[in-house]
Design a protein around this ligand. Structure first.
Ligand SMILES: [Zn+2]
Length: 295
């Protein structure tokens, strides 16, 4: 029995992103397509998103342009491909506050949002620092932080402090403090709902961008493959490696059960189709009794 269908929905992409920004220390190794996506988990009872993308206007458009984002589409357009509207979404798990993950909360009027309280409070701290220290604010839209605070005012924000089990049935939130960001989190999904699940998925946020972060070039230490951190961290690379071990352990060290949303090769790993807008939908797994939306 599988409770949830899981999809990764592309909503824009950077056609040529420098690999050194994706894989730590991969200097002068060229460029790669970097899809921007959110994940969708659906059961008979819930429609939940993991991250919400960004809105290509105002400072969001500035950041999108700076990162070279192309072909941005709204959640209404993207979700229509799987027969949903943004209003259908009841829960949103924000892995971290970078603009391409948090920047579109206003498009989901009926959702309750979950974010680590450390992620919010530390970005408020970072915003208060003098301009000369604003490197930390790279990829953060301050207005996204204000919108998250406003969700709290509306009674639609859960500020999570560390790990949280069964936030929806079978869905566990896992904190990874001072890693990619101050209060990053990833989602561990037990799709058979069992405590000792044999059907686990890890939705990694930006703790893992691409497969090289799980199986990177180990030649520097005389090995075949080693965990290699993502190319951007405000916390420590040590914490990224420790989190990678936790993520891999959670899925029995089965790489394909870790879902990196910036990974173009999801299309080779899972059934996928390209929409008329030129964006990819990858079907990670299907809930029992559901039929494919990509075939
Ligand atoms: Zn990020």
């Amino acid at each position: 029995m599988s409770k949830y269908s899981i999809y990764v929905l592309e909503y824009s992409y950077v056609a040529n992103y420098h690999l050194s920004g994706i894989v730590y220390g991969a200097h002068n190794q060229g460029y790669r397509k970097l899809p921007y996506c959110y994940a969708l988990i659906m059961s008979d009872d819930h429609v939940a998103m993991i991250d919400v993308g960004y809105n290509h206007k105002e400072y969001g458009a500035f950041l999108g342009d700076k990162f070279g984002v192309e072909n941005w589409r709204s959640p209404r357009t993207v979700l229509a491909e799987v027969g949903l509207t943004p209003e259908d979404v009841d829960s949103v798990f924000i892995t971290h506050a970078h603009f391409d993950h948090l920047g579109n909360v206003e498009d989901f009027p009926n959702a309750k949002f979950y974010i680590q309280q450390r992620e919010l409070s530390k970005w408020i701290w970072a915003m208060s620092l003098p301009d000369r220290m604003k490197w930390m604010m790279v990829a953060v839209d301050p207005s996204d932080i204000l919108k998250a605070v406003d969700l709290a005012r509306q009674g639609r924000l859960v500020c999570v402090d560390g790990d949280m089990e069964d936030v929806l049935p079978g869905v566990d939130l896992r904190a990874a403090f001072d890693s990619h960001t101050y209060g990053s989190m990833w989602i561990s999904l037990r799709n058979d709902l069992a405590a000792q699940s044999s059907d686990r998925w890890a939705l990694a946020g930006d703790l893992i961008y691409v497969y090289e972060n799980l199986e990177g070039d180990g030649s520097a230490v005389g090995l075949d493959k080693i965990y290699t951190p993502v190319g951007l961290a405000v916390g420590s690379t040590t914490n990224l490696i420790l989190t990678t071990e936790e993520i891999m352990k959670s899925v029995g060290y089965e790489t394909r059960r870790v879902i990196p949303v910036h990974e173009e090769r999801l299309k080779d790993m899972f059934p996928s189709r390209i929409t008329k807008e030129g964006l990819r939908i990858s079907e990670i797994c299907l809930a029992s009794g559901q039929s494919s939306l990509v075939r």
